[in-house]
Design a protein around this ligand. Structure first.
Ligand SMILES: Cc1cc2nc3c(=O)[nH]c(=O)nc-3n(C[C@H](O)[C@H](O)[C@H](O)COP(=O)(O)OP(=O)(O)OC[C@H]3O[C@@H](n4cnc5c(N)ncnc54)[C@H](O)[C@@H]3O)c2cc1C
Length: 244
């Protein structure tokens, strides 16, 4: 071990999972020292990235500084990326030295499977703000063409997939192009290996949206009126007066 960090509880990551862990520990009366390990003292609000291509959200809207959170929760932030574990998880190796623990929570999120042939040419918007900005910049630079949007599952665990964000990008981009008056120049293609790619939950949700919207307006416009096209959900900007 290179760093003599006394950190009985170590949490990897600074996303929703990691922050919820710390809040639950403190709410439950835990007074042990806690160290969170992550490359940035920031929460990136990923659900809001669907508004980046249209400019409804920018990076600044979606990055939440965590300084106050660390202070309030009495947490030490070890600014680094994790590179490995040893001693049955009791030592965490990072780009800024090793960190010992007596309890470890791994909340470092998901990693996307990049095995599909040709995937190196695709932008995976769910990877974060950088990727969503690439989608925005590519859309701005295009004056027409075909945009293919889709997703697949892990063949070894087909239920481990959440395609919702890709539908949100699809409907959002469709709406954006129409609003910009250039929808006719683009062909939008949705692809998925399954004949019915949406989960039962999503299908129920869309059916309800369809009913609500068709009661109010023509069916042709239903997608533009549903949750996929309006920034109505929680966002850091909307909740800026509330501490996280
Ligand atoms: C476009 C989009 C829309 C979404 N919409 C919704 C929605 O409407 N509702 C909903 O419930 N969910 C939604 N989600 C899903 C939700 O954002 C994720 O489920 C959630 O972010 C997962 O939280 P997490 O803490 O597990 O992982 P993440 O948020 O991915 O956080 C992982 C953390 O680990 C850190 N990390 C990763 N690797 C390392 C390393 N090697 N060393 C140190 N730190 C590391 C990262 O920096 C990050 O801080 C959406 C996601 C996307 C992308």
């Amino acid at each position: 071990m290179t760093a003599a960090t006394h950190a009985p509880i170590v949490v990897l990551g600074t996303g929703f999972g990691a922050l919820s862990t710390v809040r639950a520990l403190r709410a439950g009366g835990c007074t042990d020292p806690i160290t969170m390990i992550g490359p940035r003292a920031e929460l990136h609000y990923l659900p809001g990235t669907i508004w980046i291509p249209s400019g409804l959200r920018t990076r600044a809207d979606l990055v939440v500084p965590l300084g106050n959170f660390f202070q309030r929760m009495n947490v030490q932030h070890h600014q680094a990326s994790v590179t490995g574990l040893s001693d049955d998880g009791r030592v965490v190796h990072t780009t800024a030295g090793d960190v010992a623990n007596h309890a470890l929570v791994i909340a470092s999120g998901a990693r996307f499977i990049r095995k599909l042939p040709g995937i190196e040419h695709a932008v995976v918007p769910c990877e974060g703000i950088d990727a969503a900005e690439r989608v925005r910049d590519r859309l701005r630079a295009m004056d027409g063409g075909t945009i293919a949007i889709g997703f697949g599952a892990n063949p070894h665990e087909p239920s481990a997939v959440r395609g919702g964000p890709m539908f949100e990008f699809l409907f959002g981009i469709e709406r954006q192009l129409r609003r910009e008056g250039r929808r006719e120049q683009f062909k939008l293609v949705f692809f998925n290996p399954r004949p019915s790619p949406a989960s039962a939950w999503a299908r129920r949700r869309w059916r309800n949206c369809w009913r609500a919207c068709s009661a109010r307006a023509s069916r042709r416009t239903w997608a533009t009126r549903c949750c996929a096209s309006r920034p109505t959900r929680w966002s850091p900007r909307a909740a800026s007066s509330r501490p996280i």
